[in-house]
Design a protein around this ligand. Structure first.
Ligand SMILES: Nc1ncnc2c1ncn2[C@@H]1O[C@H](COP(=O)(O)OP(=O)(O)OP(=O)(O)O)[C@@H](O)[C@H]1O
Ligand SMILES: [Mg+2]
Length: 350
């Protein structure tokens, strides 16, 4: 086991020690840096917290590193092969793009290599990740309609190292119609992903995650994503009617599984825009958990102004305000997603 994988254990141990041992100052503790990252102390006396084993200290560390655009070398499991996650829900405005962008940024902050494919003609994910997406920029449209290799349209995001984007331009709006007469129109994206040399199980510099941000419809674009991915992440807004329309979505998934992509599975449900002050949100969350069980991430994303402000600065909330509750929740959700990854060691022992 790598030192990084050891870390959660030592974290728990030290947490226990802290609760049992009466007042020992962190400064006099034995040196411990389970995350193997620079401590707050390295960033000089501006921060006096010297122990990153508590949530507060982790938040401080996250904030410091995110400001510098540096990844936390946290104890994350690297998936044995690229996990292609389709973020879809035909309902509009439930937090698909916000979740795509911030989970991707969170995973990049945690040292993973992440690609975001913007499959929505609105191009909101491209905007939030600071990548140009005006007409003429090499984009998802070129891949789907003209068969351009995916690798040729990947742009690095200025947000964070290890984070890349395939932007969408307004041209994509026409693709739904243009694709109708194209051969194998629903598997264009799958082919492009399969042909990308950095997606799969080999190569140290392969992508660990590909997130596909879908438009709010169940048309050909979303269908291409469902055929291309193995995992589906459904963001559900904690509001009245939250589950409405999900039946249709699940039916579509079943249809895709039966005819086009037997590997597709709904693996992750994320509750978004959760307002803990209202009974309604708690009720909706409970209903979603009753329905989807352990697929629902324990972390719900709170409604927060900082989350909605970030895109107007061409940023994710992860770098815009890394210490805010929204950013910390997305980071925690990213950790939960990563914890579900199967590693190559596990795969070879099966
Ligand atoms: N946690 C949050 N707190 C506050 N506002 C949020 C939060 N998450 C999303 N929003 C806001 O809600 C709106 C819809 O979010 P978003 O664009 O991510 O949804 P979407 O499902 O991608 O929408 P569409 O269906 O149009 O693609 C945006 O204005 C976004 O800034
Ligand atoms: Mg969107």
């Amino acid at each position: 086991m790598s030192p990084a994988q050891d870390a959660p254990v030592s974290r728990e141990t030290s947490a226990t020690t802290t609760t049992e041992d009466p007042p020992v100052s962190p400064e006099t503790d034995a040196p411990r840096n389970p995350l193997q990252v620079p401590t707050a102390a390295d960033h000089d006396a501006a921060v006096t917290y010297h122990d990153e084993t508590t949530p507060l200290a982790q938040a401080v560390l996250h904030q410091l590193l995110a400001r510098e655009g540096r990844a936390m070398s946290a104890p994350l499991r690297r998936p044995w092969q690229t996990r292609v996650m389709v973020v879809a829900n035909q309902k509009g405005g439930v937090g698909k793009t916000t979740s795509t962008v911030n989970l991707a940024a969170g995973l990049a902050q945690l040292g993973q290599r992440v690609l975001v494919i913007d499959l929505d003609p609105q191009g909101n994910a491209s905007t939030a990740l600071g990548v140009e997406h005006h007409r003429g920029v090499a984009s998802t449209y070129d891949v789907l309609v003209d068969g351009v290799p995916l690798a040729d349209v990947v742009h690095p995001s200025p947000e964070l190292p290890g984070l890349y984007v395939v932007p969408s331009t307004i041209d994509l709006a026409g693709a739904e119609i243009e694709l109708v007469s194209v051969v194998a129109r629903e598997s264009r994206l799958r082919k492009a992903i399969a042909a990308h040399p950095g997606i799969g199980s080999t190569g140290e510099d392969r992508f660990d995650y590909v997130f596909i941000d879908c438009p709010p419809s169940l048309g050909l674009l979303t269908l291409n994503a469902l055929v291309a991915g193995a995992e589906m992440l459904i963001p559900i807004q904690a509001e009245y009617y939250a589950l409405e329309g999900l039946g249709q979505l699940v039916e579509t998934v079943e249809m895709v599984r039966a005819h086009l992509n037997q590997h597709l599975e709904v693996t992750t449900i994320l509750i978004t825009m959760y307002d803990g002050r209202t009974k309604l949100a708690a009720g909706v969350a409970e209903e979603v958990r009753d329905h989807f069980g352990t697929k629902v991430l324990r972390t719900a994303i709170p409604r927060s102004v900082r989350v909605s402000e970030a895109p107007s600065y061409g940023q994710s909330v992860m770098t815009y305000d890394p210490g805010s509750p929204g950013a910390l929740s997305y980071l925690e959700a990213a950790r939960e997603i990563a914890a579900a990854a199967r590693t190559s060691t596990e795969m070879s022992s099966e």
